[in-house]
Design a protein around this ligand. Sequence first.
Ligand SMILES: Nc1ncnc2c1ncn2[C@@H]1O[C@H](COP(=O)(O)OP(=O)(O)OP(=O)(O)O)[C@@H](O)[C@H]1O
Ligand SMILES: [Mg+2]
Length: 512
Amino acid sequence: MTLSLVEAAGANFRTDEESDKLNTEFMNRLGMRKRYLPARLAIARSLAVIAPPSAPPDEADPGKSIKGDTLFGTGTTLSVWLALIFERAGEADMDVKKLISLVGAHWRRGLQLLDKEWEQAERDVARFVKRIVDVADLPTSGKGTALAGTGTNASTYSTGRLTIPIGEVAEDVSTKEKITWEMNGPGGSPHSAIMGGVGSGKTRTAVAMLKSIHEKADVPFIAFDFKGDLGTDASGKGYHLDRVFGARILEPPREPIPLDVLSMQSPDDIDIAEAASRFRESFGRLKGSRLGDKQRTALHEAASSALAVHETCELHHIGDALVDLYEDREWKEDGAIATIKEICRFPLFEPQFDPASFFQQSWIIRLPPNVAEDSRTIVVNLVLDALDQYLNSLTDADQSEDGSRGLRIICMIDEAHQILGTKLPSLSNLIRMSRSKGGAIMMISQSPDDFSGEDDDFLSEMGLVAAFATNAPPKNATRILGKGANLTALQTGQCLAKRRGDQSAKRIKAWE
Ligand SMILES: Nc1ncnc2c1ncn2[C@@H]1O[C@H](COP(=O)(O)OP(=O)(O)OP(=O)(O)O)[C@@H](O)[C@H]1O
Ligand SMILES: [Mg+2]
């Protein structure tokens, strides 16, 4: 290390002139009197992102400088800033020149991020501040549970048996007996599927079960919400799962998902090739992108090179690599290029947390119909891929003395038929493999028929299947719930439920 605190304190830091104007703009917006205040905010904001910032373009004019001891203070304060900057850069060998250009780049990127957030907060200082605070919600401040760090031994969040009532009432219609589901018992499966027609009570039942799980174990939670009713909406309505789990609601692309979604275990050739293949599979599921052989090869090449070059690879890196590759070969733009441009148009992800930190917090990802279909599909695919990768990199979840499996995360997909049509390999992988790793998947769908298109028989892997009434008599009801299962005869609030190991389905009053 060839840098002293004295040197850093005496150095002159600057960003480019354009960014400097934005810096002044932020002084006005936030009523700050000193130039270094928005600069500090911007640098801190940029440091919250894992990916390295890019330098200002060469031709950019430099802005006015701020001296190191003004920008960062002195003594401990200065040391902390430098430590954060070096840690993010992952570079031990830092000299004053490198530091100056790195700070300039963070300053610039930070201002751009803040500017976007300012617009999203509709130029309202209070809302802007709230957003910044949300961004700064680092995993260590997550509610209650200690973070076990990254790596193979992430802690589990539950001990002992989780015995969950099936719905709000959970009563056998004929015997009036209380019906519960032992979600993590030995030999069982923690996954569940809830089906039924519009307004039949699927979400309500799932929410009652999730609340019961949360009362017993502070497990992180991630939900894909296609209808937008799982969290609390702007008018205070909804199922309030954000409040129950302390979950943050995200709505990409308005608000990118702060996950390093293409993160790899290691940057060796095999991992890169595998990650590129996974990306290609996810991408190939998008509507507009029927990939031919030539495109498949090109996409794999582009993804591999982007993953190899960028330590924190983002979607647009792959997009750029693909565009370059087409240009090099003088190929005409085709569906693959159009699709990748489409999903890169707005940032769907921002690499702020690595998967371990991300999946130890709780999130509700809203993907309402006004979000472009390709964006919704790629978000679900890539997040589930990342979850699958993450869980499978862990050692098996702890078991308590009674054989109950500890849980690490609950993943809920409401209105799963929205995506089941796209046959997600990561979803079937998650359902088959994640049980021993502490993953629990809860799928909600309109009809048992929604599951029948899958190659894997999802439903046979479920620990609990519950079906409410549907108008269209489903073809697959008897296959799933047993002979004689009749979903058209169910009254409001009633479902047929079958737990793994049950001889036959029971008729249960889930809610009144
Ligand atoms: N807090 C509440 N009090 C009274 N009724 C409610 C409450 N919450 C939901 N309901 C009603 O319960 C029924 C079931 O709602 P739920 O949201 O679970 O349906 P769903 O099966 O998920 O339907 P959808 O297909 O519309 O998502 C609906 O008729 C709804 O209006
Ligand atoms: Mg619903």
